[in-house]
Design a protein around this ligand. Structure first.
Ligand code: GAF
Length: 385
């Protein structure tokens, strides 16, 4: 049975008298390089993948939301007038409804059921995918006429303001704007973007899931963001025109921050160097020089681990195991950090051996199992019916 039929059936089990729902597919994302640069108005290189949240949604005649997380077997019911934090998956959904209402859109009650193939807590952005699915679905259902860019900004605000995670724009952007077989060169300051083809004839994106899900992620994420902002505030006393770390150079950091505040210097220098790595990586990609691209990925991981300190032993071990394996071009931790997946560029002919090697060595060195996903790049959030 295909996913559309499965989800429609699940919807009718929960809401037997309803007519057929609208079904939305909203993908998770990978990021090839450019980590923790988005909220510093820098560059990123993400893509939407073939793992997604599927949302079936239809209007109700009253002002209530009835939502079912099919995979978790959980139901949640609330009146539109009572959108308060639940500390559960429901907050991503409620946050988007709250944003739509704040922007003056008329959204009535609705029933919805969602299910997903994005492993939760693996750093593949199931939350952004769910937010986009809800915004996109309600936009279609109530014919609100909102464009994709506005919808994805609403997803970010839902997460920043309702959920309380001060995330950047990358995840919702990639999920909403992805294009099959392409990565997105995104400037997080101007939100200008271009698609760059990533030929997967010879190489594949392979994700190795550390299966570590750290509770630290939200608090440490917000701390890193605050550290970057404090670095900018300090530098502004010397360079009033700078607005974010995007405007800062290593010379500025070396001259003013290194001795004044070694911790903030370390954090800011990672971001400045990572931004430069993205620029170099895009050039390498355009020149079809994937060896250079892979070396930049290793550089990104080293910075995230040693300077930005958002890695964890399991992620460092996964990168270490991948390094110097035949057919592996590059490897690094991906996403916010403290767990989740590494992203690896691997030659097709080497994948089988790579997988076996990673599974064996990871078990040996951590006592844990890894899950491995070979991804393809897909279109962003869209209707399935
Ligand atoms: C998380 C956030 F949601 C993104 O905005 C981004 O900052 C990423 O961590 C780190 O690059 O996925």
């Amino acid at each position: 049975m295909d996913l559309l039929t499965q989800l429609t059936d699940a919807y009718h089990q929960s809401f037997p008298t309803d007519q057929s729902p609208l079904v939305i597919c909203s993908p998770g994302r990978v990021n090839l390089i450019g980590e923790h640069t988005d909220y510093n108005e820098g560059f990123v290189l993400p893509a939407a993948i073939d793992k997604a949240i599927y949302l079936a949604i239809a209007p109700r005649s009253d002002d209530r939301i009835h939502a079912v997380a099919h995979d978790l077997n959980q139901t949640y019911e609330v009146a539109l007038s009572e959108l308060t934090l639940t500390n559960s998956w429901m907050d991503y959904l409620l946050g988007v409804v709250a944003q739509l209402r704040l922007a003056g859109h008329t959204v009535g009650g609705f029933n919805c059921v969602f299910s997903g193939t994005i492993p939760i807590g693996s750093g593949l952005s199931s939350s952004a995918a769910l937010e986009n699915a809800v915004g996109f679905g309600l936009n279609e259902l109530y014919e609100l006429g909102i464009d994709r860019m506005t919808l994805l900004r609403m997803s970010q605000r839902a997460e920043n303001e309702f959920v309380g995670a001060k995330v950047g724009i990358m995840d919702m952007f990639a999920s909403m704007m992805g294009q099959a077989n392409h990565v997105i060169k995104l400037d997080c300051r101007s939100l200008q973007y271009e698609y760059a083809p990533l030929s997967t004839d010879d190489i594949r994106i392979v994700l190795c899931d550390s299966q570590v899900k750290h509770s630290l992620v939200t608090s440490e994420y917000n701390t890193r963001r605050a550290e970057c902002e404090s670095g900018v505030r300090f530098l502004k006393t010397f360079y009033p025109d700078i607005h974010s770390l995007r405007d800062v150079t290593m010379t500025m950091l070396d001259t003013h921050l290194r001795d004044a505040n070694p911790l903030i210097y370390k954090r800011c220098s990672y971001v400045v160097q990572e931004n430069a790595r993205v620029v170099d990586a895009v050039q390498a990609l355009e020149a079809d020089d994937l060896d250079t691209f892979g070396q930049l990925m290793y550089g990104s991981h080293a910075g995230l681990s040693e300077k930005y300190e958002v890695s964890c032993p399991e992620l460092d071990i996964l990168v270490d195991i991948a390094r110097n394996q035949p057919g592996v071009l590059g490897s690094r931790m991906m996403g916010g950090g403290f767990g989740g997946c590494t992203i690896n560029l691997v030659q097709v002919s080497a994948i089988e051996r790579f997988e076996a090697h990673i599974r064996h060595e990871y078990k040996e060195r951590t006592g844990k199992d890894t899950l491995i996903y070979v991804c393809s790049l897909q279109d962003g959030t869209h209707r399935m019916n």
